[in-house]
Design a protein around this ligand. Structure first.
Ligand SMILES: Cc1ncc(COP(=O)(O)O)c(C=O)c1O
Length: 487
């Protein structure tokens, strides 16, 4: 079974007792997709709760529908923006979901909840005796540590030592333990090694929720993020023929799964997977370090449905850092005002973290590569927001000199308007197979998957289709669990 839903009655009873004691109610996939279904008493409590408060009621804010306010928000439309053409320079429309308005400021709370909730309601995780381990390149462990606190269990965050100071500072108060692994963004192998070490030394005292292999992560994005895009398409009355592409980087491969949902609805859509040019694993089996925080690599995640991927977009991390400065430095903002950006568009610049900028660049490449027209739409995701990286601005000042109006014009015309289709590869059947085959080295050689499982992913046409159907089963288990807690 791709997601373990076998029940351990004894541990489940303990989890019920713990949730009862702490007044914890769990949201279902249905609630996360459509928060109008959230029970009235919970909506009432949210009115007096801050977006980032450590309060279990915030589990119900694991949705794209949060009112975009810091305090007391209810639910509204999906949080998205249309990125102005003055920025993208494309004929096509580029529309991005905004992750800033999740608790912790990032949609990764969704992936972590989706991993933890089934384990909790089946009794495959003991919230009283075990610690939840969150191996990550940054935000997944933030989301995991936060959800662990909401669910009254211990959380252990694992992330590379070179991740931003903001992340480490925040984890100090949130995680029970934070483990820094050697290296940067693309040192995922070192994270896996740490997991093996913890497994050997702490055994039954921990459960490792490995986002790179857990289909719960895929499931959350397929169902929740995918449905959010469908709502946006409906709200904006975008014709099916104009939904042309979906661009998302691969960190764990979770966010990409929203593209699989879109392809089930719009079979002609192209799915583009983004990565850093400085670590072109998907493009050329390459390796290297880079600065697009959150997209870990030198491997292909187990949950990446490679057969459904149509294009690889390798993005220059220097472009991302330059644009981050353009969007955040006063001289950059002045320049953007001078080329016609409205106040609302300027305010929206805060919605872009570094990987969000990378996703926008992948979307630009796809729009140009496929020669899209004015009515065509590329969907993409802004995973977190600018607030997570402000310390990088000072570092960049030191490394590259102060940002100034000339730099602003250079970045705008170079990294944005002249972003080309270089390092974008449209995948044929055997290109996809080449990428799929890379999974062998990580997952079969190192991480204990079998040869047969790997072949299943490629040859069994129903393999990926089994996953979305599991949301209803998990919802039933959550409903039953909540009912037992309420008894
Ligand atoms: C900032 C940021 N961007 C992108 C990603 C990649 O998302 P996914 O893991 O869903 O592929 C992550 C993952 O942690 C992230 O933290």
């Amino acid at each position: 079974m791709l997601i373990n839903l076998k029940e351990n009655a004894k541990v489940r009873a303990k989890n019920v007792a713990r949730c009862k004691e702490r007044g914890i109610v769990l949201p279902t996939f249905k609630n996360m997709i459509d928060p109008s279904t959230v029970p009235a008493p919970i909506k009432k409590k949210l009115k007096t709760t801050g977006l980032w408060d450590v309060d279990p009621v915030n589990l119900f804010r694991i949705t794209w529908h949060n009112e975009p306010v810091e305090q007391g928000g209810g639910f509204g439309k999906v949080n998205y923006i249309e990125i102005p053409r003055e920025i993208t320079g494309t004929k096509a429309r580029i529309i991005a979901l905004a992750g800033k308005w999740f608790p912790c400021g990032v949609h990764k709370v969704g992936a972590t909840y989706s991993c933890l909730a089934p384990a909790l309601v089946t009794g495959n995780f003991d919230s009283m005796e075990q610690a939840a381990v969150w191996p990550s390149t940054g935000n997944y462990c933030r989301g995991g540590a936060y959800n662990s606190r909401l669910l009254a269990c211990k959380g252990i965050a694992i992330l590379p030592a070179e991740m931003s100071k903001e992340r480490f500072d925040w984890l100090k108060s949130m995680a029970d333990e934070t483990i820094a692994t050697p290296g940067c963004e693309s040192n995922v192998k070192e994270i896996f090694d740490k997991c093996h070490e913890l497994d050997e030394t702490r055994g039954k005292h921990i459960v490792i929720f490995n986002q790179f292999e857990q289909f719960e992560n895929y499931l959350w994005h397929y169902k929740v993020t995918g449905s959010a895009f469908l709502e946006v398409a409906k709200e904006l009355k975008i014709k099916a023929e104009n939904v042309r592409a979906y661009a998302s980087s691969t960190g764990s491969g979770g966010t990409l799964a929203a593209g699989d949902h879109l392809k089930d609805v719009y079979p002609n859509i192209k799915i583009g997977a983004g990565e850093a040019k400085q670590c072109p694993t998907l493009l050329r089996n390459g390796f290297g370090g880079h600065r697009i925080e959150g997209i870990g690599d030198k491997h292909v995640p187990w949950i990446h449905n490679v057969k459904n991927t149509d294009m690889i977009c390798s993005i220059d991390d220097q472009d991302c850092m330059d644009i981050y400065r353009l969007f955040n430095e006063p001289d950059g903002i002045e320049y953007l005002k001078s080329i016609g950006l409205k106040d609302k568009d300027i305010a929206n610049l805060q919605l872009f973290g570094i990987s969000g900028i990378g996703n926008m660049l992948s979307a630009i490449k796809m729009a140009k590569y496929y020669e899209m027209e004015e009515d065509d739409v590329v969907f993409t995701v802004l995973t977190d927001s600018s607030v997570m990286y402000k310390s990088r601005l000072l570092e960049l000042d030191d490394q590259q000199g102060k940002f100034n109006p000339v730099e602003a014009a250079r970045v705008h015309s170079g990294a944005l308007l002249h972003q080309g289709i270089d390092n974008a590869l449209e995948l044929g059947y055997y290109d996809r197979l080449r990428i799929h085959n890379l999974k062998y080295y990580t997952w079969v050689e190192q991480q204990g998957k079998t040869y047969d499982e790997l072949n299943e992913q490629w040859y069994n046409r129903n393999y990926w289709k089994q996953i979305p159907a599991m949301a209803d089963k998990i919802d039933k288990l959550i409903d039953k669990f909540n009912a037992d807690v309420a008894k």
